[in-house]
Design a protein around this ligand. Sequence first.
Ligand code: C2E
Ligand code: MG
Ligand code: MG
Ligand code: MG
Length: 287
Amino acid sequence: QRRSRLSSTYTVFDCSLHEQAMRRLHIESELSAAIKARQLKLMYQPVVRLEDGQLLGFEALARWQHPELGQVSPAEFLTVAEETGLIWPLGQWVLEEACTMLSEWQRQQPGAALSLNVNISPQQFQHSDLVRQVQRAISKSGCRASGLNIEITEGAILHDSAAQTIAALRALGVGVQVDDFGTGCSSLASLHRFELTALKIDRRFVDNLGKDKASHGIVRAILMLAEALNLSVIAEGIETEQQRRDLLALDCVAGQGYLFAAALSAEAATRLCQRRHSLAPNTLTSG
Ligand code: C2E
Ligand code: MG
Ligand code: MG
Ligand code: MG
């Protein structure tokens, strides 16, 4: 009996492994064409002031809707892109698309000082032409660089040339933020060597804020560290009013998450900029 259960499990596993491998192969062969055919699009998740839900800016998040494979998650296609070198043209498309959007928002709302965050993968960040790639996207779109923030991972700043690359990006006027902060292995002591502008608290700590003491302590430690280094902080993955309150009580000023909004289409994000309406949870808007 035990044996039959095992073998049936095995068959299921084997089959899904095969499907996974086929899907991956499919993704690999289609990704390059998808970039050229503009099958990818960017969605924009609002970043807000936690106190009142005031819109501060957006994070651009890539989406791929494939005619047969359906929605392919960034986790899936970015891994393939990194392994095949397609991350470079993909990253270029993301930067150009995002800067064009930012430029339009800046033109429509000259006084708004909205920011747009763009994720840069570790390999893209290490590429010797990265700074020029960013600069080209800025000048091609005509956006003001001060509105653009580059998000890098903790892993990316472990690399030798990181300090120089970050300094060069800052010289363009671009902000540099560390994404998913607290999950990597960057040494706290070395952070001050980089001209960073913000830390983004990984959503796993936000998620566990009310559940375990350790997460609460980690969030508090990140906020203290940021203050000492004169960096801004953005909390990620805020889903509940309680989390918003806990973060506010710890003096965390900015955040993003489903409590406020998921990633929006370009049209919806543009409408939000125009309305300048705050994304406050119900308890706040009723005031
Ligand atoms: P990330 O940069 O940390 O982005 C935040 C992720 O959390 C997004 O997932 C977003 O949809 C999701 N999220 C936002 N609010 C909430 C919330 O309240 N609860 C939960 N559970 N999730 C929330 P997404 O869009 O699937 O992206 C996953 C990762 O893929 C991103 O993590 C980023 O590392 C990467 N990525 C996405 N777009 C790009 C891109 O254009 N270029 C690069 N290099 N990486 C990208
Ligand atoms: Mg990010
Ligand atoms: Mg993140
Ligand atoms: Mg992440």
